[in-house]
Design a protein around this ligand. Structure first.
Ligand SMILES: [Zn+2]
Ligand SMILES: [Zn+2]
Length: 443
């Protein structure tokens, strides 16, 4: 986890924000919409789990090649990189993720998924595109095609990245470790977008921090097992782990500054196999969220300290063990870039730009691309990441982006079995937003 402060220098747009939207409208070929909707539906019907996106990557590579890009496959496992060189000018990166989730799809869509996949544990699970990554990568491919067709309207280099394993926070790191910014032109600007349960036409921007830093930690509390009737000759790890789970919440209530929120969720608690056996150990796996990498590190330190103290209090024969995984830094948007993008997106017909009042507690490994130092040498890349609506407004009249955050939202959210996008309008909006954003720096 990097704690190096971000010192990106804000890139200036090369075209006036209102002109970028016009150029994008001209670049996007209306006749291609049906083809891209079919492409999206095909990806939706064939979802693949994180870091196993082989078929998806093949389809995306074909699309990048057909658009006239130089294509490299298998970057960081299944990642695909497309490069379109078009004279002197900035390098603009567009990123779309490709992975799906272990969820059984329960929509009524004619192209719903019946796919299964195999988790790293060996378990076979149903698989569904329940986060919209099928839409994200389709928009990247469609935008690449639009920019390739309109090469006379811009100059520079387009770097398109189809990324594996976002849900598991593996993909961006794997692509960077495999030389994304050394084997290919290093971007001056990186752009990414995510669909959200809001009406089509809504775009949500936020300057600065838009999404939290995250990490998961597996805590193994060691006891000394034995017969359930003989607790005095054992050290019960279930009791110790239970104290740990309850006490660890005091990190949030007693140790965290009020205006720097932290979330600690013990999502898994595994111990024992029978009522009359005291097990040897108990395993608690927690997910943490924080507004900065430093706050996340502070919370992780507190989790370790409490696990060690509860183990000692129980008389545990050995110290607990820790394994941190799925770590990702906070997503911190470049402020200047967001202001220019929000202005440009505001001129796209039918678009309502809103500002997110506070960051989301969700997280994204898109943030890895802006990390200084860590996984590649050199200066950090300034980036912007925004959200756009994918819900049919006629189906949920009166529904607003703010309603999507409420507990009784009528619209199924991301990561639910009924998550559903209004394919064609969502695609049209996503293409227009992404193409506009790219042209803001390339035209
Ligand atoms: Zn997701
Ligand atoms: Zn997602």
């Amino acid at each position: 986890m990097s704690t190096v402060p971000r010192t990106t220098s804000s890139p200036s747009p090369t075209v006036q924000p209102d002109k970028a939207a016009d150029l994008a409208a001209r670049a996007l070929h209306a006749g291609a919409t049906g083809r891209w909707v079919d492409f999206f539906r095909d990806l939706h019907a064939h979802p693949e789990l994180s870091m196993q996106e082989h078929r998806t990557a093949r389809r995306v590579s074909e699309a990048f090649r057909a658009a006239g890009l130089e294509v490299t496959e298998e970057v960081g496992t299944t990642g695909v990189v497309g490069v379109l060189r078009n004279g002197d000018g900035p390098v603009v990166m567009l990123r779309g993720d490709m992975d799906a989730l272990p969820i059984r799809e329960e929509t009524e869509l004619p192209y719903r998924s019946g796919a299964t996949g195999t988790l790293p544990s060996g378990r076979t699970v149903p698989v569904m595109h329940a986060c919209g990554h099928d839409m994200h990568v389709t928009c990247v491919a469609a935008t690449a095609e639009a920019l390739s067709r309109s090469r006379d309207a811009w100059a520079g280099t387009l770097l398109v990245v189809a990324q594996p394993g976002e849900e598991t926070f593996q993909g961006a790191a794997a692509m960077l470790a495999d030389g994304l910014f050394t084997r290919f032109p290093k971007p001056d600007v990186a752009l990414g977008q995510h669909v959200m349960p809001a009406p089509v036409g809504h775009v949500v921007h936020r300057s600065g921090t838009i999404m939290s830093a995250t990490a998961s930690i597996e805590v193994t509390i060691r006891g000394r097992g034995g017969h359930g009737s003989q607790p005095a000759s054992c050290v019960d790890p279930v009791t110790a782990a239970s104290y740990f789970v309850t006490r660890v919440q005091s990190v949030v209530s007693r140790e965290t500054p009020s205006f720097d929120p932290v979330i600690i969720t013990p999502g898994m608690f595994h111990a024992g196999s029978q009522a009359n056996v005291i097990p040897d150990d108990a395993v608690v796996t927690l997910n943490l969220r924080a507004m900065s990498d430093a706050s996340l590190e502070r919370a992780l330190t507190a989790v370790r300290r409490i696990a060690e103290a509860e183990s000692a209090a129980a008389g545990s024969p050995r110290s607990p063990e820790f394994a941190v995984f799925a770590e990702g830094p906070a997503t911190v948007n470049d402020e200047r870039l967001v202001e220019d993008l929000a202005t440009a997106h505001g001129t796209v017909p039918g678009t309502v730009v809103t500002r997110l009042p506070q960051p989301l507690m969700g997280s994204e490994d898109f943030s890895e691309y802006g990390l200084p130092g860590g996984r590649y040498d050199g200066e950090p890349v300034p980036y912007a990441y925004w959200l756009w609506g994918g819900v049919d407004p006629d189906r949920y009249p009166g529904f607003t982006p703010a309603d999507a955050q409420s507990a009784d939202s009528p619209v199924p959210g991301n990561h639910t079995s009924r998550f559903e996008l209004d394919a064609e309008p969502t695609l049209l909006a996503g293409n227009r937003l992404l193409t506009t954003a790219a042209l803001l720096h390339l035209a």
